[in-house]
Design a protein around this ligand. Sequence first.
Ligand code: COA
Length: 200
Amino acid sequence: MISQSLHQPFARSLAAPKAPLLPGSAGAFPQAGADVVIRQAMAADQAAIVALVHSERLNPYDLRWERFWVALAQGAVIAAAQIRHHADGAREVGSVVVESGHRHRGVASRLLDAMLAKATDELYLVTGGSLVGFYGRWDFTPIGIAHAPRSVRANFWLGQVIGGALSCLHGHAPRRLYVLRRSARTGVPVNWPGDDGWAA
Ligand SMILES: CC(C)(COP(=O)(O)OP(=O)(O)OC[C@H]1O[C@@H](n2cnc3c(N)ncnc32)[C@H](O)[C@@H]1OP(=O)(O)O)[C@@H](O)C(=O)NCCC(=O)NCCS
């Protein structure tokens, strides 16, 4: 049951005409018909990651390239996402961002497919209400804030208070944030079909 639900986003990206998988390209995850390559981040990506995250006023803390995956078009970083490792042991998906000119082409979906495919830990995520359904594709579901680990609660309140203040400054209504959780996975296959080209 679990492995079936894990396959759903992966299968979708395989089925999508804009995202067929071409295995066998030494640590990258290229897409036929699109100039987008998805891979784990490298030290050289650090500045681009920080710039992207800052451009959308996402949580500016804990942006270590070692935790990130990135998408590149023509060699430039156009999207990023990470799994934070908190001191209390919690794992939190964050910093999900795609450069504005590259949105609505499935880039975030491909990035999350790749980053989450082999993630077996319980995962948390803090997001606005409009994206709750989007993350549901990877089995994230809303939980009460009281059920989240301390570190995730801290990020929730950081986003709610600082994000709310910034929204007010710009004349927008503050958006309500939600905490989402995805259960830990067991029995995740070591090798996925056709994943020869994936970074470990
Ligand atoms: C959210 C974001 C990462 C999505 O990136 P993307 O590459 O456009 O996403 P994908 O193309 O993979 O998926 C898009 C689909 O997901 C859903 N989706 C994407 N953004 C959505 C939103 N804001 N509200 C509801 N659904 C959304 C829709 O089904 C959409 O389909 P469409 O492209 O036909 O409209 C991008 O809009 C972004 O960087 N936003 C600003 C930063 C941000 O808010 N990050 C989220 C932090 S939790």
